[in-house]
Design a protein around this ligand. Sequence first.
Ligand code: GLN
Length: 310
Amino acid sequence: MKPIDYQVILEEIHQSIQRQAFAGEVASYIPELAKVNPQKIGIHICDLQGGHYAVGDSNEAFSVQSIVKVLLLVFAITKVDYAEEVIWTRVHVEPSGTPFNSLVQLEYEQGIPRNPFINAGALVVSDIIVRSCQDAKTEFLHFVQSLCSNTRVHYNEAVAQSEKATGFRNRALINLMKSFGNIHNPVDKVLDFYFQACSLMMTCRELAQTFLFLANQGHTYPEQQVIVTKSQSKRINAVMQTCGFYDEAGEFSFRVGLPGKSGVGGGIVAVHPGQYSVAVWSPPLNKKGNSAKGMRALELLTTKTGLSIF
Ligand code: GLN
């Protein structure tokens, strides 16, 4: 079989999505995010042969937002004693079919979030992390920096403060869960950590590099350092596949066919186990809060390469 020329494919995708007009808006419920240039587009692929392929604004840092929920889960798994028992009794692994910040299921499911990638679930994971760290913000940042071998990755204080000032739904979610006994720390301490984590600034290149271990059965590439076990890597990818895009998880799976995770900063990361990791950035979001052009770019990637996990 002829090897796939990812660079040529990325250039075709870049041209195609630049030309296409998509209805979509940059997130503005976190005021600081509304300042981003909606024209930005970047894509970066890292493969397991050591290849790096990139187009557009792939070296410009943006706010990763909910993409961080995967890294929070991974950090909790690596950090906490009996992590999986602790996590999976307090957060489930079912798709929610509801928006990322929805409150409705939490009331009748007694404060147990459907999965770790909706806000409620990530807040419980954050609670677990805060409990097991002396200084959760610093330890988590170092963890992400080591995953992508890059100490320039940093929090964006202005974004974190902006969300702190306006994060009313997250406050409602965490208070509701606290009333059910599923938050063990003071709510402000957990929110503070969660907002800070969401404010992480990373480039497409850094994100693709960071997520490459999930394409490599839980080991970093090329160092082969064990981050999580093969089984844990499978589980994390499985939850991304079914829950990474909230009430659009089915659509993403249908169109793209890879495990992935989006964020309201306009980023999407996807993983092809055994092959590559890819990060895309285009700030305008569709109605479900996922990058409109980002989804299209990844759909084109699996179509043009003829490869997905299915
Ligand atoms: N920090 C954002 C929030 O909690 C993350 C949401 C997202 O990216 N979908 O609302």
